[in-house]
Design a protein around this ligand. Structure first.
Ligand code: HEM
Length: 159
C-alpha cells in the first residue's frame, strides 16, 4: 500500500521485452496489471499481503483472518509464490473460486520466463537427447533381432 503504481492504459507492448523494473511496476497491458516479483515481495505484511498462485497475483490482506487454514500459513507465503503450498494442501473448488475475489493482476512475463525457461531448457535438452538415444537403442535392437532371426531361419533350412 502507498505504492506508486503506474497505470498506462495506452501501453500495449508485449511486456516481455527489456523493461526496467520501474517501468514494470503495476504495468497495465490490455486491462491486465502485471506485477514484478520485486514489487510483489514488498507486500508481505499482515497489513498488506499479496500472493502469487499459478502466475496470478492476489491481494489477500482482507482474507487473512478468514482463512480456514489460519493466518500464519498465508503470512509465511506473503509476497511470494504460494502455488506449491496452495496445491499441496489440496484446496477445494470453493477455495479456488474464493481466490477470484482477491485477484489483482498477473505475474510479469519476465519473471515467469525465468522460471519456465530454466525448466524448459533443462527438460527440453534432457528430453531431446534421451528420445534420440531411445530411438538409437530401438534401431540397434531391431537390427540385432533381425540378424538373429535370419541366422535362425538359415540354420533351420540347412538342417
Ligand atoms: C488466497 C489463497 C487461499 C485461499 C482462498 C484459501 C482458502 C482455503 C479454504 C476455503 C480452506 C477450507 C478447505 C477448502 O475449502 O479447501 C482452506 C484450508 C486450508 N488452507 Fe487455504 N487458502 C489459500 C491459501 C493457502 C496457502 C498459501 C496455504 C499454505 C500452506 C493454505 C493452507 C491451508 C490449510 C493447511 C488448510 C486446511 C485447514 C484445515 O483443514 O484445518 N491455504 N484454505
Amino acid at each position: 500500500m502507498g505504492e506508486d503504481i503506474n497505470e498506462d492504459p495506452t501501453h500495449t507492448g508485449s511486456g516481455s521485452a527489456n523493461n526496467t523494473n520501474t517501468e514494470e511496476n503495476g504495468e497495465t497491458i490490455e486491462g491486465v496489471k502485471y506485477y514484478t516479483l520485486e514489487e510483489i515481495r514488498l507486500h508481505s505484511m499482515s497489513s498488506d499481503s499479496w500472493l502469487i498462485i499459478h502466475d496470478k497475483v492476489y491481494d489477500i490482506t482482507s482474507f487473512l483472518e478468514e482463512h480456514p487454514g489460519g493466518e500464519e500459513v498465508l503470512l509465511e507465503q506473503a509476497g511470494a509464490d504460494a502455488t506449491e503450498s496452495f496445491e499441496d494442501v489440496g484446496h477445494s473448488t470453493d477455495a479456488r473460486e474464493l481466490l477470484l475475489q482477491y485477484y489483482i493482476g498477473e505475474l510479469h512475463m519476465d519473471d515467469r520466463k525465468k522460471e519456465n525457461e530454466t525448466d524448459e531448457n533443462v527438460s527440453n535438452s534432457g528430453e531431446s537427447s534421451s528420445s534420440w538415444m531411445t530411438w538409437l537403442i530401438a534401431a540397434i535392437a531391431a537390427t540385432v533381432v533381425g540378424v538373429m532371426y535370419r541366422y535362425y531361419l538359415s540354420e533351420h533350412k540347412s538342417s
